[in-house]
Design a protein around this ligand. Structure first.
Ligand code: NAP
Length: 278
């Protein structure tokens, strides 16, 4: 069994981006990411802080909007309109989840697709479906990088994905298809989940259920990617996969923490830099 080191791979990507940003600066091209947070959800605050730190590291600007919990939808939309118009702002990110009184779909749709560095806008999702260029959702794109940079051959492999959310499962399936895998997508209504997973050469788990997947779901020698992040009853971070039970049955596996997690920010930075490339 080999560990897929997301921390190391994400550092490599960020270093490559830092070098690219320096070159783009010489050509007079600069990126600035606007990060909007509504309310003070502690997890969101940590994500926002880490995103700003990553911008600083690779050498791109960031401006943040920390709005109060009771900000109206109208106010948020007007800030997005203003940022869409500003030529110095090249990327816009609205930290999710938003407070309940704000319609997330409406907010995402308001972002100029050319500045939608999260890749959530329907225009970018559509581009992924038909194979056109566009921003790709960061977490699934990070999984592709983890596989490629760990020399996992995807072509012709049977990839099983547990989860069909708009931000992970669905784009993950499309990306694996783009890489010529044969893809099966499972969800909460799937029958025989165990049997299907046991046929996977590459199993990608994004179901939001702590330590759900054990060795009975794993084909001997499979590659296992765990997208889940949770804190267990002892406040320890764990994934959707029962790592200790599964690891010896895999050829390669991502740990949690230190697997997919760090890749999300690295791929966000990748999108931020792509926004200023021709
Ligand atoms: P989500 O929106 O809750 O989606 C979960 C998916 O799993 C759904 O499609 C659901 O099926 C499916 N599912 C739930 N229980 C199932 C079961 N018993 N059997 C089969 N399928 C089942 O979650 P998400 O946003 O995609 O996130 C998934 C996990 O990844 C979470 O732990 C989240 O914290 C983590 N995450 C990590 C990162 C990162 O940076 N590493 C980024 C995003 C998310 P239905 O569609 O039928 O309900």
């Amino acid at each position: 069994m080999e560990l897929i080191d997301g921390k190391k791979i994400s550092e490599e990507i960020k270093l490559e981006l830092k070098e690219k940003v320096a070159k783009l600066k010489e050509q007079g091209k600069e990126a600035t990411l606007a990060v909007i947070q509504v309310g003070q959800d502690p997890a969101s605050s940590i994500y926002v802080k880490n995103k700003k730190k990553a911008c600083e590291y690779i050498g791109v600007g960031s401006v943040s909007y920390e709005l109060s919990e009771n900000t109206t939808e109208e106010k948020l939309l007007s800030i997005i309109d203003e940022l869409n118009e500003r030529s110095d702002i090249t990327g816009i990110l609205v930290q999710l989840p938003l407070p309940k009184h704000i319609d997330e779909d409406k907010v995402i749709k308001r972002i100029d697709p050319k500045k939608d560095v999260d890749g959530f806008h329907v225009e970018n999702v559509g581009a992924l479906v038909v194979g056109e260029e566009g921003f790709v959702s960061c977490t699934p794109n990070g999984v592709i990088q983890l596989l490629k940079r760990s020399n996992v051959d995807i072509t012709g492999k049977h990839a099983v994905i547990i989860g069909r959310s708009n931000i992970v499962g669905k784009p993950m399936a499309l990306l694996m298809l783009r890489e010529n895998a044969t893809v099966t997508v499972c969800h909460s209504k799937t029958k025989n989940l165990k049997e299907i997973c046991k046929e996977a050469d590459i199993l990608i788990v994004a179901m939001g259920k702590p330590r759900f997947v054990d060795h009975e779901y794993i084909k001997e020698g499979a590659v296992v990617i765990d997208v889940g992040i949770h804190r267990d009853e002892n406040n320890k971070i764990c994934g959707d996969v029962n790592f200790d039970d599964v690891k010896e049955h895999t050829s390669k596996i991502t740990p949690v923490p230190g697997g997919v997690g760090p890749m999300t920010i690295a791929m966000l930075m990748y999108n931020v830099v792509s926004a200023i490339e021709d």
